[in-house]
Ligand binder design. Structure first.
Ligand SMILES: [Mn+2]
Length: 317
């Protein structure tokens, strides 16, 4: 049977962009299509935060800020919504009072969504959600290469004695064997730590670090080359904590740190990864209550659009 052409966004020459339902980029919902190659799915959950709460409102804010996204990506030369069926899969509802149960639920929902080959761009939510998403990805692809854009390492062991928080997902993922330890990178790291031991323990897990200052000194092209060499053809998961951006570019987040990357640098690095074997991605820690004029939500929606575009180029094989 011939495949149906993808159903695209609402026609903005008929319905202005500021009208209608705020699905991601005004795309159809999952229940309006027969198949989905790429799904944007929200996870409004922030029970794992250590400082400012509010990322539970991230998915709604990102969808609202995504109304202006247009269908052609000139830098990547791709029309993601025409070449693949991209949908908004709505929100995954998690128990806001029980982190353990929330993690289990998210893992099984992510496995169900990806069972037929759909690849996910997940919108958080706090960074706790990366662990169940990585579990689902590793179950399908084996241990994955990880590119982690963040001001912080997120490889701490526990916080107040708790192993599952937004500061610990990559330590747990490493312990559980979900990560390919040859190809782990933090990008954009900066700011004060609890001690030098944080870095030593992180290194022992196999992570390489490209700090925010390194990106500035080396530039985007050299940064991309180094990351691509490390990743090679491995299945790659990209996790973007929006606090990787400087607070000037992303004030609406839970744990802001001065001296961060610009949104231009972040988007350009992502575009440099067009030949990588991306299998899934997330954008987390958008906390709109601290945002101004949608600065953070707009940046996050463009990051999500670039991740969707990269997945669309890969076509999932
Ligand atoms: Mn983080």
């Amino acid at each position: 049977m011939p495949e149906q052409p993808p159903i695209g966004p609402v026609d903005s020459s008929r319905v202005p962009r500021f009208a209608g339902f705020a699905t991601f980029a005004r795309l159809p919902r999952l229940d309006q299509v027969e198949r989905a190659d790429v799904a944007v799915v929200g996870v409004p959950f922030d029970a794992g935060v250590s400082y400012r709460p509010g990322a539970r409102f991230g998915p709604a804010a990102l969808r609202e800020a995504s109304r202006l996204l247009r269908p052609y990506h000139p830098e990547l030369d791709v029309s993601p919504f025409a070449e693949t069926q991209v949908v908004d899969a709505g929100d995954i509802a998690l128990n806001p009072f029980n982190i353990g149960e929330a993690i289990e639920t998210l893992q099984s929902e992510a496995e169900a969504l990806t069972a037929g080959g759909t690849r996910l761009v997940t919108v958080g939510g706090d960074h706790t959600i990366a662990l169940p998403l990585l579990r689902a990805a590793a179950k399908k692809h084996g241990p994955v290469a990880l590119l982690h854009f963040d001001a912080h390492l997120d490889t701490w062991d526990t916080y107040f004695g708790e192993p599952y928080t937004h500061g610990t997902p990559f330590r747990r993922a490493s312990e559980e064997g979900l990560l390919d330890t040859e190809a782990l990178s933090h990008v954009g790291t900066r700011g004060p730590l609890y001690g030098k031991r944080d870095l030593e323990e992180d290194r022992r897990l196999g992570f390489g670090i490209v700090t925010s200052g390194d990106v500035m000194r080396r530039g985007v092209a050299e940064t991309v080359d180094a990351l691509r060499q490390r990743i090679g053809g491995r299945p790659l998961y990209i996790s973007v904590d929006i606090d990787v951006l400087d607070p000037a570019h992303a004030p609406g987040t839970g744990t802001p740190e001065a001296g961060g990357m610009t949104s231009r640098e972040l988007l350009e690095i992502l575009r440099g990864l067009r030949d990588c074997n991306l299998v899934g991605a997330d954008v987390v820690e958008l906390a709109p209550a601290y945002d101004h004029a949608e600065i953070t939500a707009i940046a996050a929606s463009h990051v999500a659009y670039d991740l969707v575009s990269l997945l669309s180029l890969g076509k999932g094989e």
